[in-house]
Design a protein around this ligand. Sequence first.
Ligand code: G16
Length: 543
Amino acid sequence: MSLRTIATQPFPDQKPGTSGLRKKVGAFRQPHYLENFVQAIFDSIAAPQGATLVLGGDGRYYNRQAVQIILKMAAANGFGKVMVGRGGILSTPAASCVIRKYKTFGGIILSASHNPGGPDGDFGIKFNSSNGGPATETVTEAIFAKSKTISQYRILDAGDIQIDALGNSMLGEMTVEVIDPVNDYAELMKSLFNFPAIKALLAEGFRIKFDAMHAVNGPYAVEILQRRLGAPADSLMNCVPLEDFGGGHPDPNLTYAHELVEIMYGDNAPDFGAASDGDGDRNMILGKKFFVTPSDSLALLAANATLVPAYSKGLAGVARSMPTSAAVDRVAEALNIPCFETPTGWKFFGNLMDAGKVTLCGEESFGTGSDHVREKDGLWAVLFWLNILAVRRQPVEKIVYEHWEKYGRNVYSRYDYEGLPNDAAQGVMSHLQASFGTLSGASFGKYTIKLCDDFSYTDPVDGSVSSKQGVRIIFSDGSRIIFRLSGTGTEGATLRIYLEAYDADISRHTLDAQVVLAELLKIALDISQLRQRTGREQATVIT
Ligand code: G16
């Protein structure tokens, strides 16, 4: 077994996006592509000799090959031990849990999250720090800078390492410990929630349907929902993880999780429905013929947090990404706790949680979580809801209507225009930025613009500034239109329009969100010139 130093050339396109580097599998399979990025990580994070790393991914196509390459590179770069999930599997929240529990130096997570997988699909890689959370922008920028000047990488010349049976083996001087990917996470969940109450609810015939979308959460759901909580086997669907997610798009929203949506909107629907994504960190919550928006879900969890053992003493504070609706702000105000507004990206919550400023965080992009780990957490959100349902014994929709009655309703919807030509999408954003002067104070029907700007965030803990985080059009009644370019796509540009209108009138709370938001949508399309500039009449996904 010898250590080899391989000469290489930089790739110009290794800039991490909202959550790590995501590209087509074909890009990652180019000679040296993955190796360059991994070496750039190792060169940037200054791990001490003999440090321990966690490694695992969502099991998508190329996961196993990447695990082998990274193990050999870790051994050649002075790591003392790598804890790898059996079969190379770890959901993103489970990886965060393991990093924290065993106090490792950090971890590498292989995932392109909700993006499709397979030979023609996407792959991704990111580094998480010792707090279990995604590396901060300072670190990802350092990785990108290294990737642009890299001239060599180090790798051990060795055969493949077995990763399918628990236990230790040696790779050069480094220990490879294959760990159970589910157990530590399942124990953590048990410590947070009232498992006996949820078990009793399910035993009384409360029916649930959980869709793992053939992605990583399948084995986690089987262990926790079925084995530990006693849900019948037919409560779970698509729980066998597949390298291509069965050809599906493992994104738990109304469009891509349609199999579950049809069940929950069909005859004899279960009482509660939920789905999670490719790497297990996103969640969608449904009642009978009822969709809970992620923004409302966050607000509801905050308002009901004391029903859950782990949060029974209350919350230190809450945080949401800027495009997420202000529903949680209203709860924070009532609870008299701080509420932080951050840019899109879970990495921005890490400092706030580490500093003890927030307990719960969430994003409109189907992400909810707490300081139990430093990633958003799909099954955690499902268990939180089940815990609330087990205590309140009311239907999901009743709980949501009662919430709106108390706090008002932040009617919300997001329009995604996927696969746009980059120039056209950038043109829409530049046009909006150039229009700030004329838009300020302008009126459109009942709406008057109070403020328009590019959102900028100063981290209250380390003072770092992140600018150009999306265009905000804020109206005098608090309604908002946000425009943002996604940082997670791999083909062309994805432009997102987020619409939000506040409505305190309970007689209107049963109205469909699209009806309430129709006027705002028209304003958004008019002022952005989106149709003229992109030639796109309809959004690809509406949530
Ligand atoms: C990632 C980030 C989230 C972000 C989401 C959407 O989620 O972790 O914080 O909200 O992308 O980002 P964008 O709007 O830039 O596409 P995931 O689940 O893909 O890791």
